[in-house]
Ligand binder design. Structure first.
Ligand SMILES: [Zn+2]
Length: 406
């Protein structure tokens, strides 16, 4: 092959690379434009997303560790290497130009950058189809869930009572040792309870049907702990990853929350709502107890706020106390609830203390970085932040009441 032929062949190869990238970019752009239609997004999550989730989640479930976590750290290293290399390469090129020497071609650098570009495009692709489109649909995939009607004191009180009874009953039903401490099952058994509950809810929310992979404990759980993160669902690899220093009690609600994300309910109000709902409707008393720990206090606060709004601070709180007295026999033992929560929390702290944490000196830096992250997430989520989960919880139970099924 002559030099000219070689060059021509190389150009053809180059253009194929560019053509593929442009084609991929065009498809991406079309779907990105479509993502601004919430109805399209809902249709996508209901019909296309489960197919992708079913394949990707199954592939990454093969790994016994959280592959996404490794990818995240590798990604950070790659980014740093790329920036440093590009800067050094740029300076080197500039110096040669100043010295009026012809620029030396670096085939290694060019190939590296071409590979990096392909990887970046793959991630951008997954970002759009695994996360962005589902995230941008209607709340719960239902336009009605965005109506945000307010609730009356009586309505709040109705659901508050309902949860109080579940709280009280589950508190008595949980298995306890001779010292009265809750006996928690292993994570596998606990997760089976979560899946059962999610699948029961799939009649009402069909997105919850289909495949469930196993949640994975994060290798760097201490970093998550410093950042105040209980767990996350990595959309690129579709893995549920949790902070192994999370309390055993809270774990149920956390995993149900993450599992909802995993099924395309990516908004934080959706995750918060599904986490509480799956827990309080579970057939496992510990899971019900965990769900009530969360929802009971949120509902108490919502009821109290409604009373204070209507009657002012003093009278509002007085009425709330009166409600507590009137319903005394429906109420959980709050001291016991507090003790159970503290037991679980202390056990988690002991687990943390038993491990070594070589990076602990950077824990404050991690916490500061996390604060920026949490603020950004709150700004991006706007009205779909965690606290809106209580409103969806109210919607659900008031909807059930209207149907007459309780
Ligand atoms: Zn979440």
């Amino acid at each position: 092959m002559s030099e000219g032929e070689k060059k021509e062949k190389k150009e053809r190869r180059l253009s194929l690379y560019a053509k593929i990238l442009i084609a991929v970019g065009c498809v991406w752009a079309v779907f990105f434009a479509l993502s601004f239609s919430k109805s399209f997004d809902d249709w996508y999550v209901n019909n296309i997303f489960p197919l992708i989730q079913g394949v990707v989640a199954r592939i990454f479930n093969i790994f016994p560790f959280a592959a996404g976590e490794i990818i995240m750290y590798l990604g950070a290293v790659t980014l740093i290497v790329t920036i440093i290399w590009s800067v050094v390469f740029g300076i080197f090129k500039l110096v040669r130009r100043i010295r009026r020497k012809s620029a030396k071609k670096s085939r290694i650098y060019r190939t590296y950058m071409k590979v990096i570009l392909v990887i970046a495009v793959c991630f951008l692709w997954m970002y759009l189809f695994h996360w962005w489109i589902p995230y941008n649909g209607h709340v719960m995939g239902e336009p009605a869930a965005e109506e945000r009607r307010g609730y009356t004191i009586e309505e709040y009180r109705y659901v508050w009572r309902l949860i109080s009874v579940k709280f009280r009953d589950s508190q008595k039903a949980v298995p306890r040792d001779e010292n009265g401490r809750i006996i928690y099952p292993d994570k596998k058994t606990a997760y089976e309870a979560v899946i059962r509950s999610m699948k029961n809810l799939s009649e009402r929310y069909p997105r919850l049907k289909g495949y469930y992979g196993t949640p994975k404990a994060a290798k760097c759980s201490d970093v998550l702990d410093w950042m105040g993160i209980g767990g996350y669902t990595y959309p690129y690899t579709m893995e549920i990853t949790y902070n192994k220093y999370t309390s055993d009690l809270y774990w149920y609600v956390l995993i149900a929350h993450e599992t909802a994300h995993y099924k395309g309910f990516y908004k934080e109000n959706e995750g918060e709502f599904m986490g509480m709902l799956a827990a309080v409707l579970s057939d496992d008393p510990i899971m019900v107890y965990a769900g009530c720990e969360d929802s009971y206090y949120f509902l108490s606060a919502a009821l109290m706020n409604a009373l204070v709004d209507q009657y002012g601070m003093k009278e509002g709180l007085q009425i709330f106390r009166q409600f507590m007295q009137e319903d005394a026999e429906l109420m959980p033992d709050e001291d016991l609830a507090y003790r159970d929560e503290m037991d679980a929390y202390e056990a988690a702290e002991e687990a943390y203390a038993a491990d070594s944490h070589p990076l602990e000196q950077y824990s404050d830096t991690a916490a500061e970085a996390a604060d920026v992250g949490w603020d950004t997430q709150e700004a991006v989520s706007a009205e779909n932040y965690y606290d809106d989960g209580t409103r969806l919880f109210m919607d659900y139970f008031m909807g059930e009441k209207a149907k007459g099924t309780k």
